[in-house]
Design a protein around this ligand. Structure first.
Ligand code: SAH
Length: 216
C-alpha cells in the first residue's frame, strides 16, 4: 500500500482515536501523525497497524493501543533535548514517538530478540536518537541518570524504587501500576526531592518481569 494512503490512515487514527479522546498537545499529535506505525508491527498485521487497539509483536508481547501511547507521551510533557528512559522497548514504536519529539531516548528490553526487533524497526523507520539496551529495566539505567522523563510500558505492582531515584528534579514518570490483569496509569512528578502522584484511569499492560516488578 502506498505511503500516502498510510498517511491518510494515520491522520484518521489521530483525529478519531486520539484527539477525539482529549489528547491536545499539538506536538504529540504531530508526532503521532509522523511516525509510521505500520513499520513497527509484524508484516502479517500491517493492514491493522492503525486500528484502535494493541497488536501482538511476538514473544507474548504487544505494541500498545495508539491512544495509550499518545496519552502517556502527553503526560510525560517532553521538551527537545530531554533525556528519557523507557522501560519495555517492545516494538520500538513508543521510543520512536519520544525521539520524534526531540528526546534522547534510552529504551530497555529484557528479551534480546525483542530488543533486536525494536532496533530493526527503528532503523527501517529512519528514527534517530534511540538507544536500545538489553537489561532488567526495573532497575532503571543508572549510567545515564538523572532523566527528565521515565516511562514504564509494562505493568508493575508498584513504581520501582530505582526509577524514582533516577528522576531529575522536575522530572516526570508515567507507569501502569496495579495487578497483573489490570492497572491504573499513574504520573509522578519530583519537586524539591519529593514525589507527587496523580492517577489517570484504568489500563491493561503485559507484566514487568524483574527484580522490582513481577517475579520472572
Ligand atoms: N513500548 C512498547 C510496548 C511494550 S510491551 C512499544 O511501543 O511497542 C512491554 C515490553 O516490556 C515487552 O517487550 C517486555 O518484554 C518488556 N519487559 C517486561 N519486563 C521488563 C523488564 N524488567 N525490563 C525491560 N523490559 C521488560
Amino acid at each position: 500500500m502506498p505511503e500516502d494512503q498510510r498517511a491518510g490512515e494515520r491522520n484518521a487514527m489521530v483525529d478519531t482515536q486520539i484527539a477525539a479522546r482529549g489528547v491536545r498537545n499539538p506536538r504529540v499529535l504531530q508526532a503521532m501523525r509522523t511516525v509510521p506505525r505500520h513499520l513497527f508491527v509484524p508484516a502479517a498485521y500491517e493492514s491493522a497497524a492503525y486500528r484502535d487497539g494493541p497488536l501482538p509483536i511476538g514473544h507474548g508481547q504487544t505494541i500498545s493501543q495508539p491512544y495509550i501511547v499518545a496519552l502517556m507521551t502527553e503526560l510525560l510533557d517532553i521538551s527537545p533535548g530531554d533525556r528519557v528512559l523507557e522501560v519495555g522497548a517492545g516494538s520500538g514504536y513508543q521510543a520512536a514517538v519520544l525521539a520524534t519529539l526531540g528526546a534522547e531516548v534510552i529504551t530497555i528490553e529484557r528479551i534480546p530478540e525483542v530488543a533486536a526487533l525494536a532496533e530493526e524497526n527503528l532503523r527501517n523507520a529512519g528514527v534517530h536518537g534511540v538507544r536500545v539496551v538489553v537489561a532488567d529495566g526495573s532497575e532503571g539505567y543508572p549510567q545515564e541518570a538523572p532523566y527528565q522523563a521515565i516511562l514504564v510500558t509494562a505493568a508493575t505492582p508498584r513504581v520501582p524504587e530505582p526509577l524514582i531515584s533516577q528522576m531529575a528534579e522536575g522530572g516526570r514518570l508515567v507507569a501502569p501500576v496495579g495487578g497483573r490483569d489490570v492497572q491504573e496509569l499513574v504520573r509522578l512528578v519530583k519537586r524539591e526531592g519529593r514525589v507527587e502522584s496523580t492517577f489517570f484511569g484504568g489500563v491493561v499492560f503485559v507484566p514487568l518481569l524483574g527484580r522490582h516488578g513481577w517475579e520472572v
